[in-house]
Design a protein around this ligand. Structure first.
Ligand code: MG
Ligand code: ZN
Length: 393
């Protein structure tokens, strides 16, 4: 009797497995967070512990910077920021930024941009179509700020909580007509000359259709290739490729301390450059959790990103030659706040979308050159201003 029952379940399992086999690649794709359309909305964030926020002295914003740290909170609109601020008892490191403006995020193809066109605008200074990685609307490669900076002898770096070949960081390295060409994007890291990059994405470097092992190739080019943040943190000099997850790193709190130490390590390595540096730091998963309409997730990711901003400020306030720009590539979720309490840290949010929205996003600047980032700006204008300020043209 038991055997017959087991056999029945075995065959049933087999039939289900065969039926669903074609879906398997989708389930494991890097866009899983998006394709997983079943959104379980979480409106309430229950206040927890607060971290102290330091006040840093302002630096003369009229001078020109030697270094730029561009910090992209993917999908981070004003509601995401203010939810995090409320959750931290009413204050964020971001409050050290007194030069503020707005970025118009639309792409060449759509009123509502995706992260690829959004980052191409910032990295290359051109409006392109949704899905474009460092190419113009005719799919022609456009030089990105890392390439231009590298040519002038500046050091360059990328830090991301998502896979390092995901759309946002990809636009600062690669030139591909489609954001989903993950393995080609990773191969472009070998052509580029980025000094430091830390993020997820081991799979597309080491388990590839073309059989190449990009990690080995990176080592041959003189990179230290490391997989654990504890080891990455210890690096004091040289080129560094930190690959901390198969694809994306886990969201907070499961990810643990990754973004802050990665940002500190990158700054420590890049600031050894005599000619200056350009660093892009991405809080990638604010967007993921906003797609899922998860207020708690959005708050935790935005707080993690704010602490990375704190790490950048700790350096820039002493260094005095570094411009920090904090912005988003677009808003995600159409998030708004319906309630909150600065004492308890509780926040209630509602979402009007499970995708990106067309609303402009806030831009914050600190340090030399910061006074140039006020008012309404095209996202491409911000990209071009960074190049001008570093005298790359
Ligand atoms: Mg991103
Ligand atoms: Zn998104």
């Amino acid at each position: 009797m038991i055997m017959r029952q087991l056999k029945f379940y075995y065959y049933r399992f087999l039939v289900i497995a065969i039926l669903f086999a074609p879906l398997a690649p989708n389930l494991f794709a890097q866009e899983q967070y998006k394709e997983n359309k079943k959104v379980t909305t979480i409106e309430e964030y229950k206040g927890g512990t607060f971290y102290p926020v330091q006040q840093y002295s302002q630096v003369d914003s009229k001078k020109s910077p030697k270094n730029i740290i561009l910090m992209i909170g993917d999908g981070m609109g004003l509601a995401h920021i203010y939810a995090a601020m409320t959750a931290n008892g009413g204050s964020l490191f971001l409050q050290n930024f007194i030069n503020c403006g707005f970025s118009k995020t639309y792409s060449s193809s759509d009123y509502i941009t995706d992260s690829a066109a959004g980052a191409t605008a910032l990295a290359c200074g051109v409006k392109s179509y949704n899905g474009a990685i460092g190419v113009d609307p005719d799919k022609k490669p456009v030089a990105n700020i890392c390439e231009l900076a590298g040519k002038m002898g500046l050091k360059t770096g990328l830090v991301s909580t998502s896979a390092i070949n995901h759309a946002t960081p990809a636009c600062f390295v690669a030139h591909q007509s489609s954001r989903s060409s993950y393995e080609d994007i990773s191969a472009d890291f070998l052509k580029a000359n980025i000094d430091v990059f830390i993020g997820g994405g081991v799979k597309s470097f080491e388990n590839r259709k073309d059989g190449r092992n990009l990690s080995k190739e990176l080592k041959d080019k003189g990179y230290q290739v490391l997989y654990k943040i504890e080891d990455i943190k210890k690096v004091q000099s040289g080129k560094l490729a930190g690959l901390t997850a198969e694809e994306h790193n886990l969201p907070m709190p499961e990810r643990g301390e990754m973004l802050v130490p990665a940002t500190e390590t990158a700054i420590n390595l890049l600031s050894q450059s005599k000619k200056g540096f350009f660093l892009m730091v991405e809080g990638s998963e604010i967007d993921f959790l906003a797609h899922n309409n998860n207020t708690t997730g959005v708050v935790k990711e935005t707080l993690d990103f704010d602490r990375a901003i704190g790490a950048a400020l700790a350096f820039a306030s002493k260094n005095k030659e570094t411009l920090i720009i904090v912005l988003a590539d677009h808003e995600t979720g159409g998030m708004t706040l319906n309630g909150g309490n600065n004492k308890s840290g509780d926040v209630t949010a509602k979402f009007s979308s499970t995708d990106h929205t067309g609303i402009c996003v806030p831009v914050f600047a600190y340090g030399p050159g910061a006074d140039q980032f006020g008012g309404f700006m095209e996202n491409t204008e911000i990209g071009m201003k960074m190049q001008q300020l570093l005298k790359l043209q």
